[in-house]
Ligand binder design. Structure first.
Ligand code: HEC
Ligand code: HEC
Ligand code: HEC
Ligand code: HEC
Ligand code: HEC
Ligand code: HEC
Length: 375
């Protein structure tokens, strides 16, 4: 290729919208086993306590060959038996790690957080979603708080993500309570495989429904991060109820908040959404509303260079073309979806959010910029 053409190509590719980097690469044998047999030994590992230990998967046991001829299950391939290695690379695979069994990865945790604390027994139930293969059922929460509507039973993911997979739910549980369908070899435009299952659950064809989240994923899942180096999420400013309206919110808006609302419905519903009432005074913290550009909120300018906070992030009306005045408050403005070092899976320590104390900053004060002003 001519040098100028090459330069043009490189510059052009920098601006190509990349809705999701999910499309893996690497030698087949590192992830698949054709016969679950090599040199007379069985390869596939299922069960619990599986993870990468250097270049090998250890733990669990052979329970026969697995779906898609894989060498292990979701948890197994996305676990590292270290404390800080959050992208595992056994020779060109770049596997994003969501569970470090050696400790919470304080500096390198990926955007979703990490399941380490939830794996440490019931004392830490509130530090993450209790997920099948990692933690037992939450001892305090026996249903997703804010659950509303739907016909799924108490053995489903709407009550506990630690429930075992059942044929009734297409054998999906745990990780697949949220990443219901995966597409590792093909980019289908689903942000991080966040895909709903529509009603009735799991009927044939549900995989092709439009009920998925869109966004622009950071290529290293925010292992390195900063105000110019992060994920871009989809939000909306259209009032909706989820569930509880005739439109399927996730299918219609494709926002991260409408996704969480599939299990925590009334936490998005504002109570004040009836007719045109959609404003302060709020009864629950609002989500999928525009971040105002006036008053105390005007000091948070996430669209400006250096203005975005990865600690208290926002979504966008158009994540591929983020504009000032189009930032949206979302569930992930305050929570990590997998787990965090704080109760309620918060992105920061809530006990350090003290009104009238100007030595405090970040967290809630990222948006409520004057609430730490000294009296
Ligand atoms: C044998 C290893 C392996 C197994 C098993 C596996 N994954 Fe992955 N997964 C990967 C790799 C590698 C990537 C990174 C792909 C890339 O480079 O973008 C990935 C990426 C992902 C992502 C992030 C997608 C994105 O947009 O960046 C999610 C979510 C995910 N996997 C969930 C799952 C779930 C759920 C299961 C079980 C159904 C599963 N994985 C099973 C290896 C695996
Ligand atoms: C880094 C791990 C990894 C590598 C390397 C890998 N795969 Fe896969 N493959 C997966 C995972 C995980 C799935 C699970 C299903 C899904 O998410 O679509 C899968 C599913 C498949 C499927 C069924 C679903 C589909 O998309 O068609 C085929 C076929 C397949 N792989 C073939 C291959 C071949 C051939 C190679 C080598 C050229 C290869 N894979 C390399 C992880 C891997
Ligand atoms: C498939 C259903 C499902 C989805 C989707 C879901 N959750 Fe949950 N969530 C649950 C269940 C069940 C619990 C209670 C048991 C537990 O904590 O594991 C829960 C608990 C929580 C808790 C309290 C944690 C604790 O243990 O005290 C928070 C916070 C939370 N979810 C936030 C979110 C956010 C943010 C999203 C979107 C990224 C989300 N959830 C999506 C099912 C879901
Ligand atoms: C409660 C819903 C939920 C459950 C359960 C869940 N995830 Fe996720 N996952 C998410 C969300 C939401 C994101 C996107 C986070 C972001 O971009 O800020 C995500 C992101 C990811 C990523 C990309 C890396 C990152 O941190 O952004 C991988 C890989 C992944 N999940 C794998 C898994 C695996 C493996 C499991 C089971 C052990 C699992 N997830 C369970 C909601 C969930
Ligand atoms: C402004 C920050 C913020 C936003 C935005 C937010 N939350 Fe929370 N969430 C919290 C805090 C703080 C708590 C601790 C309990 C409380 O103060 O009510 C919490 C608690 C929770 C709990 C645990 C409730 C329990 O009974 O233990 C769940 C579930 C939850 N949030 C889900 C969500 C979902 C789903 C969304 C989006 C629709 C969301 N949150 C948006 C800050 C937030
Ligand atoms: C991403 C930005 C953002 C973050 C982070 C955030 N908030 Fe908010 N908050 C808002 C917006 C926007 C409103 C609605 C303002 C309006 O209607 O004028 C709001 C409303 C509120 C209200 C109700 C105000 C009313 O007029 O009814 C309270 C109370 C509140 N937030 C407390 C908190 C606390 C506590 C935290 C930290 C746990 C927090 N917020 C984090 C953006 C944020």
């Amino acid at each position: 290729m001519q040098l100028t053409l090459l330069a043009f190509f490189i510059i052009f590719s920098l601006f190509l919208p990349e809705t999701s980097p999910a499309k893996l690469s690497g030698e087949c044998y590192k992830c698949h086993t054709m016969h679950d047999s090599q040199d007379g030994s069985k390869i596939a590992r299922d069960g619990t306590a599986i993870g990468w230990d250097g270049n090998n998967i250890t733990g669990g046991s052979n329970q026969g060959p697995m779906n898609f001829l894989l060498i292990t299950n979701c948890v197994g391939c996305h676990t590292s038996k270290t404390n800080d290695e959050t992208i595992h690379d056994p020779g060109g695979l770049n596997i994003p790690i969501v569970f470090n069994t050696g400790g919470y990865p304080t500096t390198n945790a990926l955007a979703g957080g990490n399941f380490f604390w939830t794996s440490q027994g019931s004392t830490y139930d509130a530090y993450g979603h209790n997920v099948y293969g990692i933690a037992a059922k939450d001892t305090m929460l026996t249903v997703a708080p804010g659950r509303q509507g739907g016909t799924c039973g108490s053995n489903s993911c709407h009550y506990s993500l630690a429930n075992a997979p059942l044929a009734q739910y297409d054998n999906k549980a745990g990780c697949q309570g949220c990443h219901v369908y995966t597409s590792h070899h093909k980019n289908k435009g689903w942000y991080r495989f966040l895909k709903g299952h529509s009603d009735p659950p799991f009927d044939p064809g549900t995989e092709n429904n439009g009920d998925y989240v869109i966004g622009k994923g950071d290529t290293d899942w925010e292992k390195t991060k900063g105000s110019e180096d992060h994920n871009w999420y989809k939000g909306t400013s259209v009032p909706y109820k989820s569930p509880g309206s005739s439109t399927h919110a996730l299918e219609t808006y494709k926002t991260i908040t409408s996704f969480c609302s599939g299990c925590h419905g009334i936490f998005h519903n504002q109570d004040t959404i009836s007719g045109t009432v959609y404003a302060s005074p709020w009864k629950r913290h609002p989500t999928d509303i525009l971040l105002p550009t006036t008053g105390e909120y005007s000091a948070y300018k996430p669209a400006d260079v250096g203005g975005y906070s990865v600690e208290a992030p926002v979504a966008w009306l158009d994540p591929l073309n983020p504009q000032a005045g189009q930032a949206v408050v979302m569930c992930l403005s305050c929570h990590r979806p997998h787990g965090s070092p704080y109760p309620d899976m918060l992105r920061w320590d809530y006990s350090t959010m003290i009104a009238g104390d100007d030595t405090k900053s970040g967290g809630c004060f990222t948006c409520h910029t004057i609430k730490n002003d000294a009296p």
